[in-house]
Design a protein around this ligand. Structure first.
Ligand SMILES: CC(C)(COP(=O)(O)OP(=O)(O)OC[C@H]1O[C@@H](n2cnc3c(N)ncnc32)[C@H](O)[C@@H]1OP(=O)(O)O)[C@@H](O)C(=O)NCCC(=O)NCCS
Length: 172
């Protein structure tokens, strides 16, 4: 079997939600090298929330191995830029280069298809290893810090003081 990149469709919503929840909020037995399970309780997303991302200027990119989705990322055009989110790799396949490949793919999609002049993303405070991963890829903290979105249906903090940090990168 070989890897294949493709654009997600609505029929993929449940499998994407399952992958994202396994990656972001894994059980201790299957956790990858970085996740939110120690910080946030509850699911990161649902199939319904994933379905809501299928609209104009909003695309989910997939990496598949045979019939299975092994990594995903969401790219959305916002004003003159693009927001990149929901980057996830199957925990069993992390630290093999798939996350970097999907991030590059998302950046290329944002510049080619959305004509983005700036790439934005966000990362939870208390995740220094993930922040370092993005900084090594050229993202910088913008200084914008927001409250955790308690009412967004993306899980609830189980530790004090979690905020959402904004990152930005100017594409080459
Ligand atoms: C973040 C995520 C997508 C990365 O995917 P991945 O497939 O593991 O990423 P890659 O294999 O391409 O890259 C791994 C990087 O992490 C580094 N890394 C691996 N293990 C690490 C560890 N234990 N501690 C710190 N860094 C580590 C590697 O050195 C590499 O970075 P480098 O090439 O700059 O040295 C994946 O961990 C994930 O799905 N996490 C849960 C969901 C999540 O938090 N998404 C991001 C939300 S903003």
């Amino acid at each position: 079997m070989s890897f294949e990149l493709r654009i997600a469709g609505e029929a993929d919503a449940q499998e994407i939600a399952t992958l994202v929840n396994r990656a972001y909020r894994p059980s201790p037995q299957e956790a990858g090298w970085t996740h939110e399970a120690d910080l946030i309780a509850g699911e990161r997303t649902t199939a319904e929330q994933v379905l809501s991302l299928f609209h104009e200027q909003s695309t989910i990119l997939l990496l598949c191995l045979g019939p299975k989705i092994v990594a995903c990322v969401h790219v959305e055009g916002v004003q003159s830029g693009a927001y990149i989110g929901m980057l996830a790799t199957n925990p069993a396949m992390q630290a093999q280069g798939l996350g970097k490949r999907m991030l590059l793919h998302a950046e290329a999609y944002a510049t080619e298809h959305l004509k983005a002049s700036v790439l934005n993303m966000s990362v939870l405070s208390s995740r220094p290893e993930l922040l370092a991963f993005y900084e090594r890829r050229g993202y910088v903290l913008t200084g914008k810090v927001e409250e955790y979105p308690l009412s967004a249906g993306v899980g609830l903090p189980i530790v004090e003081g979690i905020h959402v940090l904004s990152l930005a990168k100017t594409p080459a």
